[in-house]
Design a protein around this ligand. Structure first.
Ligand SMILES: *Cc1c(COP(=O)(O)O)cnc(C)c1O
Length: 361
């Protein structure tokens, strides 16, 4: 079997072991004689998957009992309006820090609901090349919450310190959730679409603190309220069972590898290798991102001309690599190197970059 070295930003590569295990069980899940796609979401077999997925996540992150783990549909984009719908109150602002395309989208939705305020933006000439310093942020008195995007998938920047704010902190962690261990108690709520660093598309994982959730607005449509998901353990309606099943397998794979500390070390090694290669051929490769804001998940870089960038994409495809084209809004290259991307693929990419620079530089 030929497996493409997949550097796509999302949906992204899943661990081969997870895919193989799922294939193994595909037609007969847990001795039911049915595929996991066919069993009832009210069956004991599915119940086990649902609860074990939550337990794995709780163990990996050390999530305390006063936080709930929810499985929701609609992607991270649905969270962009659910967060303000549940938590913005009349006459109380919510603060947004804009660090890229996704945070702009979240901010826009909040503006539809209430008094969304810009705490800071690092957009310059349509581009975001850094994370703001805390001194640059203007937080409102009495803000209901502060919203950040922990990793900016398109621009390749990432927060490396948690902003110290007095209001409850809400983070979109879609593209770097579980890239390293972190203290969940710094946040009132985090959410992550699974298709980047966690599993396939179809489920969004939400971790939310009880007291924050209980302060949410009453009288919302049932499926828009976090309280529905909390009270029914994300089983008010049919959850995205298959996506949750694969997230569960991915979390177990992470645990078996040694957990988040081990994964963190590997992620640092992968990113260091690529940024090191970019630095080694300075003048040929160029990172548009301020060094202290660089992402360990999405490594963005440019070549001297667009013509060379096209060649890089074409030749990397021939070398068995996929997904290295930057987002259409920014151009250039982007290597997405989430947890499931093996170090060996990144080494192959670094070797390819070496050869390409020597040939064309
Ligand atoms: C991909 C992405 C989204 C959008 O996710 P959907 O699941 O497609 O709605 C939101 N935020 C970030 C940071 C992302 O990377």
């Amino acid at each position: 079997m030929k497996r493409t070295m997949n550097f796509n930003p999302g949906p992204a590569a899943l661990p081969l072991e997870v895919l193989e295990e799922a294939r193994e069980e595909f037609l007969d899940f847990a001795g039911t004689g049915m595929s996991v796609l066919e069993v009832s979401h009210r069956s004991p077999e599915y119940d086990k998957v649902h609860n074990e997925t939550q337990e794995s996540l709780r163990r990996l992150l050390g999530i305390p009992g006063d936080y709930k783990i929810l499985f929701m549909g609609g992607g991270a984009s649905t969270q962009f309006y659910l967060v303000p719908s549940n938590f913005m109150r009349d006459h109380e602002p919510a603060d947004y820090v804009l660090t890229g395309t996704w945070s702009k989208k979240a901010f826009k939705e909040a503006g539809v609901i209430g008094d969304a305020r810009l705490a800071a933006t690092t957009e310059e000439n349509g581009k975001f090349t850094r994370i703001p310093k805390l001194e640059e942020c203007r937080f409102s008195d009495g803000a209901t919450y502060v919203h950040i995007t922990s990793n900016n998938t398109i621009f390749g920047t990432q927060w490396h310190t948690v902003p110290d704010v007095s209001a409850p902190l809400v983070a979109d962690m879609s593209s770097d959730f579980l890239w390293k261990p972190f203290d969940i108690t710094d946040y009132a709520m985090v959410y992550a679409g699974a298709q980047k660093n966690l599993g396939p598309a179809g489920v969004t994982v939400v971790v939310i603190r009880d007291d924050f959730a209980s302060g949410g607005r009453e009288g919302l449509p049932t499926m828009m309220s976090y309280k529905t998901f909390i009270n029914k353990n994300s089983l008010f309606n049919t959850p995205p069972c298959f996506a949750i099943y694969l997230v569960g397998k991915t979390l177990k794979w992470l645990e078996a590898k040694g957990g988040l500390e081990a994964q963190y070390k590997e992620n640092v090694a992968k990113a260091d290798l690529l940024y090191g290669t970019i630095g080694k051929y300075e003048g040929f490769y160029r990172s548009p991102v301020e060094p202290s804001s660089r992402s360990y998940m999405n490594v963005v870089f440019r070549l001297p001309t667009e013509d060379l960038e096209k060649r890089f994409i074409a030749e990397s495809k021939d070398a068995g690599m996929n997904g290295l084209k930057g987002h259409r809004s920014v151009g250039g290259m982007r290597a997405s190197i989430y947890n499931a991307i093996p170090l060996a693929w990144v080494e192959a990419l670094a070797d390819f970059m070496d050869t390409f620079a020597k040939r064309h530089g």
